[in-house]
Structures are given as C-alpha cells and as structure tokens.
Design a binder for this molecule. Structure first.
Ligand SMILES: [Zn+2]
Ligand SMILES: [Zn+2]
Length: 210
C-alpha cells in the first residue's frame, strides 16, 4: 500500500473515482512506468478500495493516456481537475485530443513491434546472422528470435536475426529465450505481412529443432 497516498485523512470524505492534480509530493510512483511522479507534475488518481480503505493509485497523466485512455476520458468528463485538493482549471491540463494522440502513438508502436519469433525478408544485405556471422542476402528470409541481454540489474530480450538454417543452433544457445516448442506455429502467427509460401519454405529450411 506504500504507493497509495491517502488523499485525505477525514474518513467521511468520499474519494472521487478520478482526480487530476499537480502532484502534491514527489513520493508516489506511477503504476504504469513505476517511476516516481515528480512534485507538481500532472497525475491521474484512480480510486481503489484497498484493505485499509479507499485510496488513489497514481499515474503520470501522460502514462495514463497511453495505457488507460478510457479512464482519462472519464476523468475529463467529470472534470477531475476540479476535484483536486488544490483545484486546477481546464487551462492547466492538456487538451484531451493531445492525450489521445499519445495513445495512438503508443498503439502504433505496439503494432510495429513484432512478436518473436517471426520471419521477414531482409530489407538490405547489411544484416548479419547472429549465429554464423555471415551476411544475410537482401530479399532472403531471415528469422528473428530473442536473446537475453543484461542491462545492469535487468534482463531484456533483444531481437536477433539468423538464417533459417541457423535457427536450430541459435535456439540451443544458452542466452536464447525463444522456445523450440511451438516454434513453427508461433512463426506463422507472428510473421504478419509475409507470404504463407515464404513462411512454409522457412519452416522447411529450419528443419527439426530437436
Ligand atoms: Zn508513468
Ligand atoms: Zn547463419
């Protein structure tokens, strides 16, 4: 409950379902990006009933726009900035259309980010197979799988390109986190915009993964 700041200590005061305010402290963390919300930054509070009573979960207003635009819309409908402890005026908050364009951008990014594994035709001859280190010919199918890379304390998946014939060995590598189980099925589902015949040929070239 540490990241739920009680909006008020008076129990008889009903918390609004949404509030938009300038952060009163820099202590609350954004539930979406998990970073602290600096004091005075605009934040959206979404009321939640916890074991210790009702409180607000906080989001950077911009993060909320990307992740929970419906709630932002509702908050705008009730003019949730008027419900802040220090009420704001409509001029203090960005126009809803601006927040909606953030959401659209975020959604576009999600679509552009293809799931792993997938296959695609190499747009140039400049990419190398991360397994055998040979160039992948322009227009030839390459397979994109995931490799675990450590960034400080975090482990992230980074996409790597490999020749179809190198997939079996690439998946066997310790730092590869793409599973051989269901590989062909996943490849078909994730390779959007690629001819089914191309995908079939790739799967044939990949051969057995075990
Ligand atoms: Zn955030
Ligand atoms: Zn290769």
């Amino acid at each position: 409950m540490s990241d739920i700041e009680s909006a008020d200590q008076e129990p008889e005061l009903e918390l609004p379902a949404f509030v938009i305010e300038a952060a009163r402290s820099g202590r609350a963390k954004c539930k979406s990006c998990r970073k602290a919300i600096p004091k005075d930054d605009l934040r959206l509070g979404v009321m939640v009933e916890g074991p210790f009573g009702a409180g607000h979960m906080w989001y950077h207003l911009t993060c909320a726009a990307k992740r929970l635009f419906d709630k932002v819309q509702e908050a705008y409908e009730i003019e949730a900035w008027k419900l802040a402890k220090v009420p704001l005026s409509v001029d203090d908050v960005p126009p809803l259309a601006e927040l909606e364009s953030l959401r659209e951008e975020a959604e576009k990014k999600k679509v552009d980010k293809k799931e792993l594994p997938h296959t695609e035709l190499a747009p140039s001859g400049r990419s190398k197979c991360k397994h055998c280190d040979e160039f992948i010919e322009k227009g030839k199918a390459r397979v994109v799988v995931g490799r675990e890379v450590e960034f400080g304390q975090q482990t992230r998946t980074t996409p790597i390109n490999v020749h179809p014939a190198c997939v079996a060995d690439a998946l066997a590598a310790e730092d590869c986190n793409t599973e051989p189980d269901g590989f062909a099925k996943a490849l078909r589902a994730n390779s959007k915009g690629v001819d089914a015949a191309v995908i079939d040929a790739v799967i044939e070239e990949i051969g057995s993964l075990y």
